[in-house]
Design a protein around this ligand. Structure first.
Ligand code: SF4
Length: 360
């Protein structure tokens, strides 16, 4: 069966033409998929019985439902989804991931973070990841495959909070810009008037700096950008982020500076605080110099210890002083509240480890 979910309006138009159905049927199907969020073609009741029967010969909605939920004491919810991944060789990241802790094939996670009147879904874009960042549980597991646009959109539709989500952040498992075509397709569906009709301001894509696709993303979307920076010194950044070898952060910043972030679109930099590694005054000053005159924000993140990584999180007082020093240098800097740590849902902790343990 071919999945309807994940198709854009042009593809739906081609599909209905092929089936000999009126062209307006494409918009009706898009509405059922992305506004009414139905789970079967049978539920598309403004399509004739014959049209539905014809479609059901070949197609299905194709929603992937979650198989497990964990709820944190702070209200954060982690959803586990079974997925079938396709390996893609579209980019060779040259990032030798350590496959010593393999993820169970096809398990991905999405995390819903409630915050007063907001509900943000942290979405996964790949099963595992090939970028091999040393401080990240997903990176430890190696790469199992790209998620299809249908599997990305499924996360947004299947969670219990789907109708009250205010934001989506591509900060879950995987490097979104290493699965560019599917991520940009999902963004198209989320922002198009025939789709979810979200403003691009509700979406943030986080990357470690996959340079060629970063340019495409900046040209082709209006969504916010978050860049994982973590160290202003190239040799030290390389120690924890193999991507630095392929795409230097200086080149990433040079590209970002060519775009306008003074309007609606924002760029932020993620900086995880490792005690004694990247949290000194020298680092703060180098970071401030690096970002000088760029309209941006820095988010400092407490590190959640993972096995076999030598650094601990910086003490709160060090993080606070780092923040002050950055703000005094004119770079807006905040400390990100840690959420869902007790259910391993915080930044860098997603590992798909509760696969098939139970049902929702
Ligand atoms: Fe991949 Fe992101 Fe983890 Fe790096 S931090 S290994 S890019 S999931």
């Amino acid at each position: 069966m071919i999945r309807l979910l994940g198709k854009n309006l042009d593809e739906l138009k081609a599909l209905v033409a092929e089936e000999g159905l009126p062209s307006y049927t494409a918009k009706q199907i898009a509405r059922w998929l992305y506004v009414r969020k139905v789970r079967s073609i049978e539920e598309m009741t403004d399509l004739s019985k014959q049209a539905r029967a014809a479609l059901m010969q070949k197609y299905e909605v194709g929603l992937t439902d979650y198989s497990h939920i964990q709820i944190s004491s702070d209200g954060t919810k982690k959803y586990l989804f079974p997925v079938k991944c396709s390996h893609s060789k579209d980019l060779n990241a040259a990032c030798g991931a350590d496959a010593a802790m393999p993820l169970e094939e096809g398990a991905i996670e999405a995390v819903m973070i409630p915050d007063q009147d907001r509900a943000t879904l942290c979405v996964s874009s790949q099963s595992g990841c090939k970028m091999g960042c040393r401080f990240c549980m997903t990176g430890r597991q190696g790469f199992h495959g790209n998620l299809s646009a249908a599997d990305i959109i499924s996360q947004i539709i299947a969670v219990d909070e789907s109708d009250r989500l205010t934001n989506a952040v591509f900060m879950g498992m995987g490097e979104p810009l290493d699965n560019y075509e599917n991520v940009i397709r999902a963004i198209e569906i989320l922002t198009a008037d025939w789709g979810f009709a979200w403003s691009p301001k509700r979406i943030t894509v986080s990357t470690i700096g996959v340079l060629p696709n970063l340019k495409r993303f900046l040209d082709e979307s209006k969504c916010h950008l978050a860049v994982s920076l973590h160290n202003p010194f190239p040799d030290e950044r390389l120690e924890i982020m193999p991507v630095q070898k392929a795409w230097n952060i200086a080149d990433v910043l040079a590209l970002i500076r060519k775009y306008d972030f003074t309007g609606q679109r924002r760029v932020s930099f993620e900086y995880t605080m490792f005690a004694g590694f990247n949290d000194t005054k020298v680092h703060a000053d180098a970071l401030a110099r690096m970002l000088k005159n760029l309209e941006c924000r820095v988010n400092l993140i407490r590190f959640h210890k993972i096995p076999d990584f030598p650094y601990e999180t910086s003490p709160d007082i060090v993080i606070e002083n780092f923040k002050k020093r950055m703000n005094n240098s004119g770079i807006t800097t905040t400390v990100r509240a840690s959420r869902g740590e007790d259910i391993l849902a915080a930044c860098g902790m997603l590992a798909g480890e509760h696969k098939a343990k139970g049902s929702k």
